[in-house]
Ligand binder design. Structure first.
Ligand code: URP
Ligand code: ZN
Ligand code: ZN
Length: 463
């Protein structure tokens, strides 16, 4: 058998196995795994390295419409480059309705934007609290086009849906075998709590957490679970931030309900009290739901280890800190209701989870692969083409140096944002080579591959 490329002698790790061996690939696909494979046209010596499926990041925001006057810094070029350099080979951004266009028309718009991507991708769809009839027609049209995952919001002005609309969306998507992603925070409670704080003159950023406390997430998670049970739908609670919310998910799963869950590094890497300051600097850590502090990160890690979470994503949402279109676009003074929520994280997702999960003994390497690559690919219908190392799969492979002490600095990252919330944090492993369909796109500091080589991957029905 002739191979274009053989990765030789690395420690190959999948969601279920780990062994020393070789991987041979041809025409962009994995064609053999084994011991002592014949020489390829090209070879990579992977001795001492880990050989993993490329990461699948199932939650990132790229080139969406402005929010509170702020613009996302990344386009598909910079976001996909950043992802590749952090070991991610497939990502899933959102189609978010473009002003004046229907959702279906917006899909065309996003496909055009994504034409610059370096890595492969598939889309979710963000639903706005629009007129229900329009929404219904749009959802059906998108389901017919093979888009099967829809995110709805229980908070945010302009997006927040009431229970009746949520039931409509869930029953429609559920009946078609799709999945509903839920941003679970009770927006009315957030408004009420926020108004009380503002009335008392408490407007600094340190009040953000008090305006959206755990109970607000817990209530919304519980309601989303109940609505999904009524509507007979499968749901994914995204960016879970708290112990209380996790308990609701565990409760639902114990009852056998099809409730899946996602969390992200900003909730797993305890950054102490960075959101307790009223200074502008706190805006670098402000996202929704808020990172909680206390024992929440440890509780979430326990949930990750015990299987309560299905996937770990970045929720990459890169508003710049400086500049007129960033975190300070809406307000001249730091005000907890006027900073667009979201933090960047595409490139740091995997190294941070590796460090705080695998290196610190909270999860195994197999769990790491499952949570960051295999499960997202399965849940969103990209498996086994993505998230696996099976013969026939796309040769999306990442070589990790497990002994590569690195201090995270924004200067070394490749996104178009101007900060990382993880500045100065130390990690001890880093992805050193990233292959996308057999092509080296990141190799120890060198970037190659043409923008626009990324493809939209057709979705199977969710697993
Ligand atoms: O703060 C966040 N998470 N921003 C991104 C938008 C969302 O809700 O996922
Ligand atoms: Zn959200
Ligand atoms: Zn998000």
């Amino acid at each position: 058998m002739r191979f274009d490329l053989v990765i030789r002698g690395g420690r190959i790790v999948t969601a279920s196995e780990a062994f020393i061996g070789d991987i041979g690939m041809r025409d962009g696909q994995i064609s053999a795994l084994g011991d002592s494979l014949p020489r390829g046209d090209d070879e990579i010596d992977a001795k001492g390295l880990l050989v993993l499926p490329g990461g699948v990041d199932a939650h990132c925001h790229i080139d969406e419409p402005p929010f509170l006057n702020a613009r996302l810094a990344d386009d598909f070029r910079s976001a996909s480059l950043s992802a590749a350099c952090g070991g991610t080979t497939t990502f899933m951004p959102f189609v978010n309705q473009v002003e004046g266009l229907t959702l279906s028309q917006s899909l065309g718009d996003y496909r055009a934007k994504a034409a610059g991507s370096l890595i492969d991708f598939a889309f979710h769809v963000i639903l706005k609290a629009d007129e229900t009839e329009v929404l219904k027609a749009d959802i059906d049209a998108l389901l017919a086009k093979g888009l099967t995952s829809f995110k709805l919001f229980m908070t945010y002005d302009g997006y927040q849906m009431e229970d009746g609309q949520i039931l409509e969306v869930m029953s429609r998507v559920g009946a078609a075998g799709g999945i509903v992603l839920v941003h679970a925070e009770n927006g009315r409670c957030i408004h009420w709590l926020g108004s009380r704080l503002v009335y008392k003159g408490k407007t600094g950023l340190s009040n953000f957490r008090a305006s959206a406390p755990q109970v607000v997430e817990r209530e919304a998670v519980h309601r989303a679970i109940a609505l999904a049970e009524i509507a007979d739908a499968r749901i994914m609670i995204v960016h879970v931030s708290s112990r209380d919310a996790l308990e609701q998910i565990q409760w639902a799963r114990a009852r056998g309900l099809p409730v899946l869950a996602e969390t992200c590094p900003q909730y797993l890497v305890d950054q102490g009290d960075r959101l307790s300051s009223d200074e502008w600097g706190a805006a670098k850590y402000l996202c929704s739901p808020p990172p909680r502090g206390g024992d929440n990160a440890e509780a979430l890690w326990k949930g990750v280890a015990d299987g309560a979470f299905d996937i770990l994503s970045s929720d990459h949402c890169p508003y710049r800190f400086e500049g007129e279109d960033g975190k300070r676009a809406f307000a001249s003074e730091p005000h907890f209701q006027q900073v667009p929520p979201g933090v960047p994280g595409l490139e740091t997702r995997l190294p941070l989870i590796f460090e705080h999960g695998v290196k610190s003994g909270r999860i195994s390497l197999n769990q790491f692969v499952a949570l960051t690559a295999t499960e997202p690919a399965k849940i969103y219908g990209l498996y086994p083409r993505k998230g696996s190392l099976m013969p026939g799969a796309d040769a999306d492979i990442v070589l990790w140096d497990p002994d590569c002490p690195t201090t995270i600095r924004h200067a070394m990252l490749h996104d178009a944002c101007d900060y990382t919330p993880y500045e100065g944090l130390a990690v001890s492993a880093w992805p050193v080579v990233t292959l996308s369909r057999g092509e080296k796109i990141w190799d120890r500091g060198w970037v190659s591959g043409a923008y626009g080589r990324g493809r939209e991957i057709p979705r199977q029905r969710a697993a």
